[in-house]
Design a protein around this ligand. Structure first.
Ligand SMILES: Nc1ncnc2c1ncn2[C@@H]1O[C@H](COP(=O)(O)OP(=O)(O)OP(=O)(O)O)[C@@H](O)[C@H]1O
Ligand SMILES: [Mg+2]
Length: 270
């Protein structure tokens, strides 16, 4: 594979669930060594796309190459090169974080000594050190999420797929994780593909973004390009770009929702 080949390339990638087309002929290209933010409203098809790219879910039609390998013909080659923190966490709740991360490392063929050397600094970075020997069953939601992130990182993958990685993670750990990912990208040429709803974070953290809406790609590239494509000024925020690209929803209808918003009623009555 040539050094400048794309990290991820999809070709008419499609997934249907019965009548619903969750991902619709997606043509996406993500270069190596970038942080790529995958944005879209709830139900747009982000997780379905990530699940297909990581060989967790077969496409209905179309295909993709990830790290130079076809997701359908060479799923093991793909899995070897990627780290995944999927939306539905799949942790063994009766293991401790250390055991769960060790298991992830062993499944990737790492020697035990090496795994045990890597775990403590990773737990420290994620501020999980204190809970390392407690069963995952007793973790908070954020602690579980951090454990899943550590599992995705332990084997130093070429490409990371992180489905809403910062959701439920506190600001201190978010900052630490962002710093770590940025260094991996800059120093090693790692590619990070992540989904998020947090526009401020995406704006500051991503090199490129893709916007998906109702299963279709609505925008792709550096934020400045999307801003221009949406006809917005240079200082327009990513939130504005997103709303313009996806289509704004009208404000609450005071006729119909006055009972909730309190619009049109005297304060005492509300
Ligand atoms: N296993 C499934 N069976 C049936 N429908 C599904 C399944 N998984 C996803 N869908 C549907 O596919 C569409 C896309 O879902 P997906 O989870 O990919 O959205 P998303 O962009 O990740 O949304 P969110 O931001 O809420 O996480 C939704 O309409 C969802 O109901
Ligand atoms: Mg999702």
């Amino acid at each position: 594979m040539s050094a400048n080949a794309a990290a991820i390339r999809t070709a008419e990638l499609t997934r249907r669930f019965g009548q619903l087309t969750a991902v619709d002929q997606l043509n996406l290209e993500v270069p190596r060594g970038v942080i790529f933010g995958f944005l879209g409203p709830n139900g747009a098809g982000k997780s379905t796309t990530i699940n297909m790219l990581t060989s967790l879910l077969p496409p209905t039609s179309g295909t993709a190459t990830v790290a130079g390998h076809d997701i359908i013909a060479q799923p093991l080659e793909v899995k070897r090169r990627i780290g995944v923190a999927p939306e539905g966490l799949s942790l063994y709740e009766r293991l401790t974080a250390s055991e769960q991360i060790e298991l992830a490392g062993r499944l990737h063929g790492l020697p035990r000594d090496e795994i045990l050397r890597r775990i403590p600094p990773l737990l420290e970075l994620l501020e999980l050190g204190g809970a390392a020997n407690k069963m995952i069953l007793d973790y908070s939601a954020g602690m579980k999420k951090k454990t899943a992130l550590a599992c995705a990182l332990i084997h130093v993958p070429e490409i990371l797929f992180l489905d809403e990685p910062f959701e439920g993670i506190d600001p201190i750990s978010t900052r630490a994780l962002k710093g770590l990912l940025r260094e991996m990208v800059d120093q090693r040429g790692t590619t990070v593909f992540f989904s998020t709803h947090v526009m401020e974070l995406a704006e500051r953290f991503c090199d490129q973004v893709g916007i998906i809406n109702k299963g279709r790609l609505a925008g792709l590239g550096p934020i400045a390009d999307l801003r221009a494509a949406a006809g917005l000024a240079e200082d327009a925020s990513l939130e504005e770009v997103f709303v313009r690209t996806v289509g704004a929803k009208a404000d609450a209808d005071d006729e119909l929702l006055g009972w909730l918003t309190g619009a049109g009623r005297p304060a005492a009555e509300v």
